[in-house]
Design a protein around this ligand. Structure first.
Ligand code: THG
Length: 267
């Protein structure tokens, strides 16, 4: 079943940016509740780039979120110290977002994740940047899985993100990415989870909801199972659950949408 990561508590959205500035907890808490009700398995928590003291803002976002939901948190920052600030105050289950795939970076993030009993998103990015083809993405994923074995890191707690780019940057990429998901999943048994920032795909376009639905359903067939996504888009969530039933991940009944939502959240 899909494990949706709700994208909305992110300082890149204007209303969250303002809420951070004004210390208005109720705006954040409202998104925490609504995304949880809509089926988020994790809530992405990202301070954005505007805040001055990113560590303090991360702590505040984690704390106010935990006041209203017990949903797992996805601590999202490029900066290690900001991630650590979030981990320090977290009580809910955790997913760290994210480590790059350089060995020396994985050697920091994997022990850190183990220390907090957290899962870990690893990007298929290294010192050479974002690979442009299938083979290099898959090769980097292989180094991530090797490192996980070395650190005795449970593969079921590894989420690999092969980096989804906007359709208006590279239109050929979406189909290519499905090949990447399939190849990564056959490298290990059990397979790692596959994550992408789904809304990256439709950034700057006019038909965001439709583009997100199309890329999500076709990607799920290839193995994408943990997208950072707009869970408040009801049609997108319904399409995801419908794809799970079509893929035979749950039993069909006329009330499968409701049953699927309960399966995702465990509630
Ligand atoms: N991989 C991982 N984590 C991620 C990303 C990723 N976290 C952040 C981001 N990428 C995923 N989250 C978003 C959230 C919003 C949008 C895209 C990705 C988005 N926003 C609209 C825009 O910019 O046009 C609307 C903004 C607004 O309304 O203000 O597209 O790739 N692991």
């Amino acid at each position: 079943m899909i494990r949706p990561i709700g994208e909305r508590i992110n300082g890149m959205f204007k209303d969250i940016r303002i809420a951070i500035k004004e210390k208005n907890a109720s705006v954040v808490q409202d998104y925490a509740r609504r995304q949880t009700e809509a089926g988020a398995k994790f809530l992405d928590i990202n301070v954005g780039t505007a805040a001055e003291d990113q560590c303090a803002v991360m702590k505040w976002l984690v704390e106010v979120t935990q006041e209203v939901v017990d949903t797992a948190l996805c601590i999202d920052s490029q900066k290690l110290e900001v991630v650590k600030a979030g981990l320090e105050v977290a009580k809910n289950e955790l997913l760290i977002n994210s480590s790059k795939a350089d060995p020396e970076e994985l050697d920091v993030y994997m022990p850190l994740a183990k220390q907090y009993d957290a899962s870990l998103i690893c990007l298929t990015i290294n010192k050479d940047g974002v690979p442009q083809d299938i083979d290099n993405r898959v090769m980097i994923a292989a180094t991530i899985l090797e490192k996980a074995l070395e650190h005795e890191f449970d593969i079921d707690k590894i989420y690999i993100d092969p980096i989804l780019l906007p359709i208006n940057c590279d239109q050929a990429q979406a189909v290519m990415m499905t090949e990447v998901y399939s190849q990564i999943r056959i490298m290990s048994d059990p397979p790692p989870h596959i994550t992408v920032g789904l809304s990256n795909f439709s950034q700057g376009t006019k038909e965001k909801s439709l583009l997100n639905r199309a890329i999500l359903t076709m990607s799920m067939v290839a193995g994408l199972d943990a997208p950072v996504m707009d869970v408040l888009d009801k049609e997108l969530m319904d399409a995801a659950i419908t794809t799970d039933v079509v893929m035979n991940h749950m039993i069909y009944s006329d009330s499968y949408l409701k049953a699927g939502l309960a399966m995702i959240t465990g509630k």
